[in-house]
Design a binder for this molecule. Structure first.
Ligand SMILES: [Zn+2]
Length: 202
């Protein structure tokens, strides 16, 4: 699937000047890097330099990898995806993301060929472990698979950003739990995030 761009009129929230900005109705692997480094959802005002994070409904789809990620800002749940949309991607890994950050992260996870349920559980375990010692920690995101095969995560604290490396063996352990103990997901759109992970361990 190829990316389809459109130009829309946009008013800078800071200096109120009007600009034509590029949005994407759909995004394919041709724009993979721009999604994974977030630049596709970033706009810098040419008049005042103000940085704006763009959030609008779009989809990322990699047909070869049979995965599709829907970005639906502020959607309550996966019922916002119509039957027609689902029909197009039958048999694919279909995911719903509600924020730009989780959308970017999901594309990184799926493009790295990782199991996103295992990644979310791993994030939850890591978050809980670190949060006990430092309660200014607010969020954790998958960043990338390193050359050695370890998994790199970004840790967001109240006033700084850090990273952590988790080895492949730890991921495999969690992946085994997912494949052996959790029920298979049905052929539908699922929102697999930290909330989902939290609901698995209660
Ligand atoms: Zn501006």
């Amino acid at each position: 699937m190829e990316s389809i761009a459109k130009k829309i009129k946009f008013t800078c929230p800071k200096c109120k000047s009007e600009h034509m900005i590029t949005c994407y109705e759909q995004i394919g692997p041709d724009m993979k890097e721009e999604v994974m480094n977030s630049s596709i959802l970033q706009w810098d005002c040419e008049s005042c330099g103000h940085k704006v994070k763009l959030v609008y409904p779009t989809i990322y789809c990699n047909i070869e990898k049979e995965c599709v990620v829907f970005l639906r800002p502020n959607a309550a749940d996966a019922s916002c995806i119509t039957e027609n949309e689902k029909e197009l991607f039958k048999g694919f890994t279909m995911r719903l993301c509600k924020t730009a950050d989780t959308f970017v992260e999901k594309v990184r996870v799926l493009e790295a060929g990782l199991n996103d349920r295992a990644i979310e559980l791993l994030k939850l375990i890591t978050f809980a472990k670190i949060h006990v010692e430092n309660d200014t920690m607010q969020d954790i995101y998958f960043y990338r698979k390193s050359e050695s095969g370890s998994l790199e995560f970004t840790l967001m604290y109240e006033d700084n950003i850090d990273g952590i490396d988790i080895d492949q063996a730890m991921y495999q352990n969690v992946l085994n739990i997912v494949t052996e103990e959790l029920p298979q997901l049905d052929d539908d759109v699922h929102c697999i995030d930290l909330n989902w992970a939290g609901a698995q361990v209660v």
